[in-house]
Design a protein around this ligand. Structure first.
Ligand SMILES: Nc1ncnc2c1ncn2[C@@H]1O[C@H](COP(=O)(O)OP(=O)(O)O)[C@@H](O)[C@H]1O
Ligand SMILES: [Mg+2]
Length: 318
């Protein structure tokens, strides 16, 4: 079997909560034991409510946050313990696109300077930089004449194109896109999604695409992982997941997507209560207090992810 491009094993990220001066009181279990593998060239969508740990997973994989536990393997190589210098070299292959490009593009730099930064950091020679920058600005649908402008002179969609160009500068293999279209108007969202798909073909990219929006995830993903309170509850081929969600949480999420076809009758399942706090998660299955199908066992025993109908599900119903 081919080695997956990326493998994540038992990944945990706990944030320590500080109380008073030195006393630490407990932790926020933002990511609480996640296993994933991503194949070369595919798009793995990660979906779940706000606060369930999606961004933390993305950042911990790139080691922008230090994992508390677990392993990250890139092309079979364990990158979890690489030192800062080795990790910088590795970042050539692993890049991130963020939700809000305004917050991550330096307003004092021109687009040309922004795109040059990763090249300089990776010691790409000056004479190679110009053609690379000019090629990349065009592949994201902007033009060379935009290079000497500043970020504030662009629209939100154009700024996200610049954010994508920056991520592409070193021709990475894997891009983790964290809510890349969530800040954009719906009409612009599909343009950016189409751009990401075109770039995937052109450069053979692999994506982890993070979003709270199932519609967006459905559009772009090959497989989808559904997260709830720091864990994956269902991981499946996209078409299977949308045809027949198995986990009660996935069923709830899917029931809330508006459908265009008025004949397609479906019942919207309403969830009881709010997302519990990851600093004090419920015992047993973390979803049990809100689950419409909760049984006694769910309150005490954590359901493992297991293979059911060709996908992975963490639920005592199966
Ligand atoms: N730097 C941090 N320090 C403490 N808690 C954090 C930090 N970053 C995220 N969290 C907490 O971790 C949980 C998951 O956050 P996040 O990964 O941002 O979720 P999502 O991206 O799914 O909205 C949330 O409860 C959030 O408040
Ligand atoms: Mg997030």
């Amino acid at each position: 079997m081919d080695t997956p491009l990326l493998e994540v094993k038992g990944l945990k990220k706990y944030f320590m909560k500080k109380k008073g001066l030195l006393l630490q009181s407990g932790s926020v279990k933002a990511v609480d034991g996640i296993d994933l593998s991503v194949k070369q060239g595919e798009t793995l969508g990660i979906v779940g409510e706000s606060g369930c740990g999606k961004s933390t997973v993305g950042r911990a994989i790139l080691r922008l946050l230090e994992p508390t536990e677990g392993q990250i393997l890139f092309q079979g190589r364990d990158i979890t313990r690489l030192d800062a210098k080795e990790m910088r070299g590795m970042r050539r292959h692993l890049q991130m696109v963020f939700q809000d490009p305004s917050a991550t593009l330096n307003p004092k730099l021109t687009v040309r300077q922004i795109l040059a930064e990763p090249l300089i950091a990776h010691r790409i020679e000056a004479k190679q930089r110009k053609p690379l920058i000019e090629e990349t600005i065009e592949v994201v649908g902007l033009s060379v004449s935009h290079l000497d402008r500043y970020p504030h002179q662009f629209s939100g969609g154009q700024r996200q194109r610049i954010g994508i160009a920056r991520a592409l500068m070193l021709r990475p293999q894997l891009i983790i896109a964290d809510e890349p279209v969530s800040a954009l108007d719906v009409s612009i969202q599909s343009q950016i999604l189409n751009l990401l798909q075109d770039l995937q073909k052109q450069f053979g990219l692999t994506y982890i695409f993070i979003s709270h929006d199932l519609g967006v995830v459905e559009h772009i993903s090959d497989r989808v992982g559904v997260m709830y309170l720091g864990g994956i509850v269902e991981l499946s081929d996209k078409s299977e997941l949308f045809r027949k969600p198995l986990h009660p949480y996935t069923q709830t999420l899917l029931s809330a997507i508006p459908r265009l076809d008025p004949d397609e009758k479906k019942e919207v399942i309403l969830l009881k209560g709010d997302l519990p706090s990851p600093s004090n998660p419920p015992a047993g299955c973390k979803f049990h207090p809100r689950c419409p199908a909760c049984m006694d066992i769910c309150m005490t025993e954590i359901p493992p992810l297991k293979k059911v109908e060709g996908r992975l599900v963490a639920c005592h119903l199966y």
